[in-house]
Design a protein around this ligand. Structure first.
Ligand code: ARG
Length: 266
């Protein structure tokens, strides 16, 4: 009789000890000293931009691409987890300034106008503007946009570029859409005469669409991509350090080769 009572008591004590241990563990986790406690950074992007960020439906429904690999590498080096939020490109700056995302990787070019609202890392990849048109009806220069229907991505620097050309005296109709694949579709179906997008992205589409052709806009300033952050974010410097490291240790070249060195758009 007495013995079983003792066993019960010991059992009870053990149970109490275990519960205590469990909650101690839980506290430990939130103190940031165990693996599961890694802080998650929310990355904003516009996954319409192969090979920077896109969904390859043949492979699954994850967002993949050059920018995603860069984000994961940097986060890994700094000890963060990354969660990706997909939205329209034109909403990314607001998402940063309202701190709904911690950083943006979206092939975004650091412009003076954007710098009024967000901070940028150094540039990690450069690009130029390209006029993409139908191979049968090639638009080979900005002057030839005269009288044409021209598509650009809403909120992109290519939209600014188109307006600049128009203000310079080339009469054309500019149409803005949110997503690059939609621009490509409109062009292929003949509803637009041309679109202006980045050569790095255009090249992927040109490789897999014989009916399209491209011509770089002459004498335009290079348009590079950088990571964007809310103003005064501490992440800017942390990310810059890793970007420098990636340029030196060959990681950036390896990722450029992986994403731009082959056909990636079907
Ligand atoms: N580089 C251009 C800009 O900053 C276009 C970027 C578009 N990016 C995207 N994920 N759709 O305006």
């Amino acid at each position: 009789m007495k013995k079983s009572w003792l066993v019960g008591l010991v059992g009870l004590l053990l149970a109490v000890a275990l519960v205590a241990c469990g909650s101690a563990d839980g506290d430990g986790a939130s103190n940031g000293d165990s693996k599961e406690s890694k802080e998650t950074l929310v990355m904003g992007t516009s996954a319409d931009y192969p090979p920077f960020e896109y969904i390859d439906s043949a492979k699954g429904d994850d967002i993949i691409g050059f920018d995603v690999d860069i984000a994961n590498y940097i986060a890994d080096e700094l000890g963060y987890e990354v969660e990706i939020k997909d939205m329209d490109f034109s909403g990314l700056i607001t998402a940063l300034s309202s701190e709904r995302v911690d950083f943006v990787l979206a092939g975004m070019t650091p412009t003076e106008e954007r710098k009024e609202n967000v901070d940028f890392s150094e540039i990690y990849y450069t690009a130029n503007h390209m006029i993409v048109s139908s191979a049968d009806n090639k638009v080979a220069s900005p002057e030839e946009l005269e009288g044409k229907k021209v598509g650009v991505q809403l909120g992109s620097i290519q939209e600014d570029k188109a307006n600049e050309i128009k203000d310079g005296g080339v009469g054309m109709e500019i149409i803005t859409l949110n997503r690059i694949p939609e621009l490509i579709q409109e062009l292929k179906s003949g509803r637009y005469d041309a679109i202006i997008i980045e050569d790095t992205v255009a090249n992927g589409y040109l490789k897999s669409n014989d009916d399209l052709t491209g011509e770089n806009l002459p004498n335009t300033e290079e348009a590079g991509s950088a990571v964007a952050f809310p103003k005064d974010s501490e992440l800017t410097e942390e990310f810059n350090n890793v970007i420098k490291e990636m340029k030196q240790n060959g990681k950036m070249d390896e990722l450029i080769e992986k994403w731009f060195g082959q056909d990636t758009v079907e």
